[in-house]
Design a protein around this ligand. Structure first.
Ligand SMILES: *Cc1c(COP(=O)(O)O)cnc(C)c1O
Length: 570
């Protein structure tokens, strides 16, 4: 039995990773969580959308930290049938001369107003498949180059075929990053002129209808984030699926560059913050690159203590986060109480995760995100003696974040932080929480007093964890990069670290200026304000600034309304 049904035309959202909840481990970090938040807001707003990703039966990985402070990785065991429904449909793609069959699991995102948004997770673990092919959808960002390319074929080509088989009519294809760009080739096949025996004639390949249908979002200026594959590999994997001379024109002369392919075959392109749009425009001259600044799903990223406070004073806040501008209606002491609830829960979580007791009366800084060198998680520790002198006894720090199993630099970072913490013992307590995932992320962003971010400019395309913090009245203390350039008002929504963001390409900048400013503001502005007076008046004013001037804008409801008007209905 096949399910085929005529439905309202939809926007098809393709993403290599989608993070909807902690128990569905189909994401690794910011990109996936953003995709999940995108779909949650779309469901709340009742947008006609359908999404496609891969199933990852072994997840990304479960992280533990050993005695010496090194990350150890374990596969995740989970049962898709507890969260999703297996569809009867089956489609195939041809890889290395073999047919690879795909099935799809349907997850429903329930919107606040009752509409459901289907998300299909593709799965090659089916009996008809060759043993090797059954594992193609096991690991997110695992395996070698060939494994990655096959996954991108499954996502782009397989996903497009699956939507058709499921009976969807698609009015826009949104590629969330280059991983999904193979879908353009499948659409080119669909729209080619119907002339026999001239398959490799340039004339029959018509780009316009494909470009009209496609939207492309780029998410990082970091080179490793843009997949490139040798044409030898492509030839080996795809055979004569697509004529090579045409592919060279569309995807690059020397290598198949997924970003180039996505850019060439979409009419609308965007970066994920205003600055990132400019940086991307420099990286890809000749394309018109716009920007739509990221957001987070307000309800998902608001701690229950704040959610009930908002329910009381700002009714309908979660479906209309603009209403956060009315935050001043909430009495100061209620904000502080809600924050203490979130902080207390975090302290309990720290105890169970690390065995360490933190003190709820001490200023607590949070830093949690993917551990990778450009994020500079250890910047705070560049001068441990100075830090101890400034803040000894008055500061504690909560860290979290996984390093990609092949990111040696990221693993080093985790190790250095844990050892730096040992050197500070007795003066500043530092904990590194194991296995950072969505539930833990909410506990940390809501339970600390201040959210720190110290990326090497201009590599942080947007960043979203700081936006989650603002939903819980936690101000940001960050380098001016990504979204924070737009969100920062000094001493009102939080504080900046280092100089103004002038660079537009990836030159190395002067780290010492960042370090100096970080220590100086911590000593002269942040610590004095936190500990001033008994009623925390000054600090609560900043908390309200974060909610009323940041959370009101940096949410996926506002972001999706922009995608609709800028990208989808054009
Ligand atoms: C929000 C989130 C991220 C993104 O953090 P950034 O600071 O924006 O890089 C990564 N991982 C998880 C689990 C998250 O919830």
């Amino acid at each position: 039995m096949r399910i085929t049904q005529i439905r309202e035309p939809r926007i098809a959202y393709f993403s290599m990773e989608i993070g909807l909840e902690s128990d569905v481990p189909t994401y690794s970090g910011g990109l996936g969580v953003l995709a999940g938040d995108t779909l949650k807001s779309s469901a709340d707003l009742g947008l006609p959308m359908v999404a496609v990703s891969l199933l990852y039966r072994k997840g990304y990985f479960h992280q533990e930290l050993n005695q010496d402070g090194w990350q150890v990785e374990y596969p995740v065991e989970w049962d898709p049938s507890r969260h999703m429904e297996l569809m009867p449909n089956s489609v195939k793609v041809r890889l290395e001369g073999r047919d690879v069959y795909l099935q799809a699991w349907k997850y429903e995102v329930r919107g606040a107003t009752g509409s459901n948004l289907p998300v299909y997770f593709l799965d090659t673990d089916v009996e008809q498949n060759h043993e090797w092919d059954r594992g193609l959808t096991y690991h997110l960002y695992g395996g070698d180059e060939g494994y990655r390319f096959k996954q991108e074929v499954i996502l782009g080509i397989g996903g497009t075929r699956m939507l058709q088989d499921l009976g969807y009519t698609v009015k826009k294809y949104h590629m969330n990053e280059g991983h999904a760009a193979m879908l353009t080739l499948e659409l080119m096949q669909r729209y080619r002129q119907n002339i026999e025996n001239v398959w490799d004639d340039r004339e029959i390949w018509n780009e316009e209808p494909v470009r009209d249908l496609c939207v492309f979002t780029t998410h990082t200026p970091v080179e490793a984030g843009h997949d490139k594959f040798s044409y030898d590999l492509v030839q080996k994997m795809l055979g004569d699926y697509f004529p090579f001379d045409v592919l060279h024109d569309l995807a690059g002369e020397d290598m198949l560059n997924m970003t180039t392919l996505g850019l060439n075959l979409s009419k609308y392109h965007n970066g994920v913050a205003k600055k990132h749009g400019i940086v991307s425009q420099h990286m890809f001259p000749g394309y018109d690159i716009r920007s739509i600044t990221n957001g987070v799903h307000s309800r998902t990223w608001t701690h229950h203590a704040f959610a009930s406070l908002y329910d009381e004073f700002i009714p309908n806040w979660s479906n209309e986060p603009e209403l956060f501008v009315r935050v001043d209606n909430i009495p100061d002491e209620r904000i502080w109480e809600a924050h203490q609830v979130a902080k207390g829960e975090l302290m309990a979580e720290v105890k169970s995760n690390t065995g360490i007791d933190l003190d709820p009366n001490i200023l607590t800084i949070g830093f949690a995100r993917r551990a990778t060198p450009y994020k500079r998680a250890d910047l705070l520790f560049r001068d441990i003696h100075k830090l101890a002198e400034i803040a000894g006894g008055r500061l504690q720090v909560v860290y979290g974040g996984k390093a990609h199993p092949k990111d040696g630099g990221g693993k080093e970072l985790i190790h250095n932080i844990i050892n730096g913490a040992r050197n500070l013992s007795g003066q500043i307590k530092v904990v590194y929480m194991q296995n950072y995932e969505m539930d833990l992320a909410l506990k940390i962003v809501a339970g600390v007093d201040l959210w720190l971010n110290t990326p090497l400019r201009p590599r942080e395309a947007s960043g979203t964890s700081g936006m989650k913090a603002t939903h819980n009245g936690v101000p940001n203390f960050s380098v001016l990069d990504g979204w924070w350039i737009e969100g920062h008002i000094e001493g009102v929504t939080g504080w900046s670290i280092g100089p103004a963001p002038v660079e537009t390409n990836l030159t190395e900048n002067d780290e010492s200026a960042d370090i100096e400013d970080l220590y100086a503001k911590l000593e002269h502005v942040v610590l004095p304000l936190y500990y001033a007076g008994d009623n925390h008046e000054g600090w609560i004013k900043i908390m309200k600034g974060a909610i009323g001037k940041n959370a009101c804008y940096f949410n996926t409801h506002r972001m999706m309304r922009s995608y609709v008007t800028e990208a989808y209905i054009r």
